[in-house]
Design a protein around this ligand. Sequence first.
Ligand code: MOS
Length: 745
Amino acid sequence: MSPAIGTTLSRVDGRAKVSGAARYTAELALPGLVHAVLVGARVASGRVVGIDTTAAERAGGLVAVLSHFNLPKIPGTPKLLPSLLGMAAPGVSWFPLQDDVVHYAGQPVAIVVADTVERAEHAASLLRIDCTETPAETTLDQVRDQAYEPERIFGGMLPGRSVRGDVDAGLEQARFRVDETYRFAANHQNPIEPSATTVVWDDVHRLTIYDSTQGPTATQLTVATLLGISPTQVKVVSEFVGGSFGSKAMIWPHVTLAALAARQVGRPVRLSLNREQMFHSCGHREEQEQRLTLGADDEGRLTALRHHKLSITSHFDDWAETSLQSPAVLYDIPNYEGIYRLARGNTLTPTFMRGPGEATGMFALESAMDELAEQLGTDPIELRLRNLADNDPTSGHPWSSNGIRECFQRGAELFGWAGRDPSPGARRQGRTLIGWGVASSAYPHVSPPNPQRARARIYSDGSVVVEAGVSEFGTGVTTAMTQVAADGLGLPVDRVRFIGGGSDLPNITAAVGSAGTSAVSAAVHLATTQLRDQLVARAVADDKSPLHGADPGAVSVEGGRMRLRDRPEVGEGYAEMLLRQFTPDVESLGVWTPPPPDPGYGTHTFGAQFAEVAVDADLGLIRVRRMVGVFAPGRVLNRKTAHSQLMSGMLWGLSQALLEASHMDARLGRWANPSFGDYLIPVNADVPDVVVDTVEVTDTVVNPLGVKGVGEIGIVGSGAAIANAVHHATGRRVRHLPITIEDLL
Ligand code: MOS
């Protein structure tokens, strides 16, 4: 039997998904269910003076109108803390409907509950909400003069400033320099399934929450904290989640509001956000700019990097996506200074969005590297290879695994980079300008601080169930864990069922930071290999077993049959033994303790991105013709789902480079394009020929299987490769995203 890990097993939940059997949170039918609709503030700054419910009450089906006037205050203190910790994780250190203050447009100011969702929406439209309005500031330009340097960002987990060497001296030594500012529009995650929560209070003390979340346990602990009750009173179920990309990583206030509403009306409540509400309820990638000063000596060796980021955050949280992390360690730069600066505005707190931080930070660095290569007259790949850090420059430790040089080599071959004429605008096919661009890709390996758990149980028919509270939000983790469990026990995949998505299951951190598969696979591997060892121990101790008295180390398992490694005819099946022993089931809990924050190695994932663009010289229209991405993500558990993850990341880089922007209407203080009609994302016709490949690296530090994760690395650098290709095609250097037709006219 060959191993299941590394194969292209199709999704085990694929049939349920395509046939509609998979139920998502907003589809659950429950007796007595009523529907809650959030009513958002129409002003971006002000106070709620009064709510007139007269007309809403005359409409049919109304159950309740809740607001700060009549809703009990929450007893808990909200705080900003990434749910990665597996702890309480509100998205914001503030909670709506506690007072009359409006901080941002769309902030919930009332909840309307009615017997159907249509009647709830209708009643919500009839509410007359009186607000005073004060001038709002919602764009970076409006607040940049109030910028400050936070001591720490990211819920206090990261310093606002990091320094090594002497950046001024390093820039002084530099013969070549790039000093430019790169600007980024705000972006929204836009998963296909909007966030939804369904809450049932079993009695006054206990509730079950069906929630679309990246972390069932994070939801459980957050709601318990905010309601001032014990986690034992809160059960969260999240069987299927229709995408997230960071928007369901923090536990946003609507989840707890649904629980409060359900308690208030004494009925099960469903609260679904509509697409427009998704734009002001679940965070976003913040509008930002990054000034980058890069210096190199005569040989093109980098001497210094100064990387300053300025971004807009809410009035209550110091949030910046961590744009400086990978650029700080990718190249061997002796003198470095990274500083986050923030300015407060009338906006919800921003949050994770796929490749959080690195997707923008690496765009800035890899654009600057391209500019530097041009100044030096050096091939852009050669410039990178000359400067790649062979050790983690922050700690001086070796990398736990790297592989980026092989990624560039393989990528250059697959793309056909050799012989590229470096001069911009040199390749023309009629009216079309052709350009090639390249960029490095990098993403930190995130190690959760808390133990990761999974449970494996075998029944006396030889079938196995494996459970862990991880969220399946479309990544294919259910399928990959089926493979890991099958190999751990020496069983075919069809004997294994993996169950995830609930707070009653063994705790796994929220699936964030590309760490989900890495964390849960380690726990599943431990649970299943321990269970295998337990079963082998039972066999060798049993005088009725053909393996009685054998050295357990000499026993291996094939297709569920334990046998002597060098005499395979001697052995018996798991099921056979368990039936004989009158044992209905045996189980094992796998507890994996992740490596500490500094395990003596730098832990990072790397890759190389290539793009070819075709630009219509008259119309400025950009088409991406082909993309090549080669990555070194450690052990690949499922080649099919990993390929999908990496490819979708690369295509999101295309989207980031050419399409995505959340436009703020500064006069109204509201997002101007909160719909799929106006917020541009690529369709199949935008998608070029994409080649995805991986190079093998063995990593013995990150976890027992050497899995580093593939969720986000695909997006990092692909936007820069496209922008660099646009420059190569046209000679036009665009230093903001998205690049639009107007930029090239
Ligand atoms: Mo992921 S964008 O870190 O939830």
